[in-house]
Ligand binder design. Structure first.
Ligand code: 5AD
Length: 327
């Protein structure tokens, strides 16, 4: 194994597979932690996420919000509700608002643009995560001031992608990510660990795709089966493998913002803390008002009632206890 970061940056698929399968991964975790510290410092960025609509036109087999799930209780927040929530989050100290939704055609670029402009006026950075948009829509929203865009590629294996996504192709998704990058957004992608049919080779390709896409952010989380989806009977993704993928993402993308995903904490609360020692430097906190938060059920999770100020204080305290600096 190469000992310098530059050597690791040139890692190829075969090496990545070998590393993912290592008996003792501790030295890699230590290296990822050191690379994180050197490149991004001890700050943990806390982002506020507003899940403003769970209406989705897609049918992704793993997702509780897929349009064929008739048990999902659907909602759409009004522009006023979204902006009131963003205001509360900014007042509580959040510097970035992440606007996430299903692929909901109701939110035209003009409506989204109005929301982006208003949040930018509050002094916060805006990250959009609303699925695949056209070049023109993305361009419009960039001009409204949107800073970043999150669109996970989900899996870099085109056949597995096809099996899991009755709508869309990996090629279209990658094209959209390239448009995002071209337009000057900070580009965020990511993928799931433990998708049925995924192998270590797939995960290695996932990691290499992050680099190819010039990602500045990457969310890597375990798959969690949702009971009202076709993948209900499958196993949840492995948390150790998830952390390994995060650590390798840190080595490949030393300066990237790597969140500890919510799903990791859902599978195992402790692993969420541990992931901060494996290369992660970001966490997202839901500020979505009740009962919408509970209805945004991508995967099953027990969610506490939203308390925008109190939740943030608690999280800041937890981050300080890990010896890190919340921001
Ligand atoms: N388990 C874990 N993560 C999921 N996502 C969607 N469904 C699941 C699931 N069942 C992730 C996808 C998507 C993000 C919003 O949530 O990666 O991009």
């Amino acid at each position: 194994m190469e000992s310098d970061v530059n050597g690791v940056r040139k890692m190829e698929k075969k090496e990545l597979v070998q590393m993912l399968a290592l008996e003792d991964f501790e030295p890699v975790y230590r290296r990822a932690d050191a690379v994180r510290r050197e490149n991004t410092g001890d700050i943990v960025h806390i982002r506020a996420i507003i899940e403003f609509s769970n209406i989705c036109r897609r049918q992704c087999l793993y997702c509780g919000l897929n349009s064929t799930n008739e048990k999902a209780v659907r909602y759409r927040m009004s522009v006023k509700e979204i902006l009131d929530t963003a205001r509360q989050a900014v007042d509580a100290g959040y510097r970035t608002i992440v606007l996430q939704s299903g692929e909901d055609p109701h939110f035209h670029k003009e409506t989204l643009g109005e929301i982006v402009t208003a949040i930018k006026e509050m002094g916060a950075a805006v990250t959009l995560s609303c699925g695949e948009l056209t070049f023109e829509e993305l361009r419009y929203l960039k001009n409204c001031g949107a800073d970043r865009y999150l669109l996970k590629h989900e899996t870099a294996d085109p056949e597995l992608y096809d099996r899991l996504h009755p709508c869309g192709t990996l090629k279209e998704r990658v094209e959209c990510l390239k448009n995002i990058n071209r337009l000057g957004y900070e580009t965020g992608s990511g993928f799931m660990i433990g998708l049925p049919g995924q192998t270590l080779e797939t995960i290695a390709s996932d990691l290499l795709l992050l680099k190819e896409l010039n990602c500045k952010m990457a969310g890597i989380g375990p798959f969690i089966p949702h009971p009202d989806t076709p993948l209900a009977g499958e196993k949840a993704g492995d948390t150790e493998l998830t952390k390994r993928a995060v650590a390798l993402a840190r080595l490949l993308l030393p300066k990237a913002n790597l969140p500890v995903t919510t799903s990791l904490g859902v599978v195992n609360r402790e692993e969420k803390d541990n992931a901060f020692a494996c290369g992660a430097n970001v966490i997202m906190k839901k500020v979505t008002p009740d009962p919408y938060k509970q209805a945004y059920e991508i995967y099953p999770a027990k969610l506490e009632k939203t308390d925008v100020i109190g939740d943030r204080k608690k999280l800041e305290e937890q981050i300080r206890q890990l010896g890190r600096i919340p921001l």
